[in-house]
Design a binder for this molecule. Structure first.
Ligand code: LLP
Length: 421
């Protein structure tokens, strides 16, 4: 459930009409709902109630400082994957002991940053990384808490580009080698083993692959404990899917996920960490865009929007579906028109939807892409020298610009023409 609903024919973000924001901010823009972010965080937090747990929001999904502050104030931890994300978490006021550091290629500089600023744990993904972390910790005179990310060789049955738990994927160490790697880690004085980590992929719409991976984790926990390691935390990763269309996708409920976790891992006496990104932010955001032209092609009608693939790359990159709805609700029974919905960028990949039946949209009218709160703004670029889209946060009847649209001078001033040219 989200808080983008029609009221008196106008699409609202909570109690603010998106058209009113468009008039104030211009298009395109991202708009997030504080109530929806809060609701989704609480659903997950409640799903694990009764177990010692921490929801570490995977901020790669949406890392605006205002979003981080809102979630941090609710008690969220953060899952970060770069020095930049770590700095964002700290800037948003998240205490270091609620930050976990994931990622397959952490540099020594990133490790130093987190060890100096405070960190709950590093999710280590390889033996070379373990050796570097040990060296950095020793150099700083501290001990780095670690979980080793294991690759359980489970097919998450999701899009090829976002499956991460199969043996051919670059992530984690093979679970078959886990005991050997933990034995090695235990010999390193700069490291302290605190748990095990796994993340098998994103946009999972079935609980079965999670359960398969978590059963392997439970067995490994017992083995590692028998080997003498102190396994007190299990980081279960993120990946719970969300509905992108109103009709056919029915992902598992957070409460069912929580019940499964309790069933499979509840008896181990471990603290549970999860790293959800999409489930918290996805349906909490829309991208609002204005129609520039409606163009008749040879055999189809193109809806040419002022948003483009640089603003929302998911359709071009993954063939992803986003519902596109008018800000002014179509009259009941109004005929639908079939459009190819495209942006102004100079390549055919800049297509949001092909042959999409929609209510008629005229030039100058605005539409919203639903479910754009996760992996939307964070994946945007300035391709075609289009300034980054601004972000707006709504709470009740108030809204604020939480990232302003850069002006063109700002964009041009980042480049330098060398004196010798
Ligand atoms: N933890 C780790 C270690 C991850 O790599 C990810 C996502 C998450 C947690 C959060 O997964 P989520 O709960 O959001 O599914 N850009 C793609 C998604 C990439 C996901 C990468 N890793 C998209 O737009 O679909």
């Amino acid at each position: 459930m989200d808080h983008f609903l029609y009221r008196d024919g106008r699409l609202m973000a909570e109690d603010v009409a998106l058209d009113d924001i468009a008039a104030a901010v211009g298009t395109p823009f991202y708009c997030y709902s504080a109530a929806t972010l809060t609701r989704h965080f609480r659903l997950l937090d409640d799903a694990l109630a009764g177990m010692d747990h921490l929801v570490c929001y995977a901020m790669k999904a949406n890392s605006n400082l205002a979003v981080l502050k809102l979630l941090g104030d609710l008690g969220a931890g953060m899952d970060v994957v770069s020095g930049g994300e770590y700095r964002r978490a700290i800037a948003a006021g998240i205490p270091g002991d609620r930050i976990v550091f994931s990622g397959v290629g952490k540099t020594a500089a990133e490790m130093r940053l987190a060890l100096e600023g405070g960190i709950r744990q590093f999710n280590v993904e390889s033996e070379p990384e373990m050796a570097v972390l040990n060296a950095v910790a020793l150099e700083l005179g501290v001990v780095a808490p670690i979980a080793v990310r294991v690759n359980p060789d489970v097919d998450a049955k999701t899009h090829e580009k976002i499956a991460t738990g199969r043996k051919e994927d670059k992530f984690g160490i093979p679970i078959s080698r886990a005991r050997e790697v933990y034995r090695h880690a235990a010999t390193m004085p700069g490291l302290q083993i605190v748990g095990i980590d796994v993340h098998i992929g994103s946009q999972l719409t079935d609980l079965a692959p999670f359960e398969q991976a978590y059963r392997k984790l439970a067995a490994l926990t017992l083995e590692l404990r028998a080997d003498g390691h102190d396994i007190r935390r299990l980081d279960l990763g993120g990946g719970l899917g969300i509905p992108y269309t109103r009709s056919n996708e029915v992902p598992p409920l957070p409460s069912d996920y929580g019940a499964m976790v309790r069933d499979v891992l509840g008896d181990l006496g471990c603290a549970i960490e999860i790293e959800p990104g999409r489930l918290i932010a996805g349906n909490a955001g829309v991208l609002v865009s204005e129609t520039i032209y409606v163009k008749e092609g040879e055999d189809r009608t193109f809806l040419i929007l002022d948003a483009a693939m640089n603003d929302l790359i998911r359709p071009a990159m993954y063939g992803a579906h986003h519902d596109i709805v008018p800000l002014n609700e179509a009259a009941p029974g109004a005929p639908s028109v079939v459009y190819d919905v495209v942006g102004p960028i100079c390549e055919s990949g800049d297509t949001f939807a092909r042959q999409r039946p929609m209510a008629e949209v005229k030039a100058g009218e605005r539409v919203a892409f639903r479910t754009a709160g996760a992996y939307g703004a964070v994946m945007s670029s300035e391709y075609n020298s289009r300034p980054l889209v601004p972000e707006v946060l709504v709470s009740g009847d108030q809204f604020a610009v939480i990232r302003a649209r850069p002006d063109f001078d700002e964009m041009l001033n980042r480049d330098t023409i060398p004196k010798w040219l």
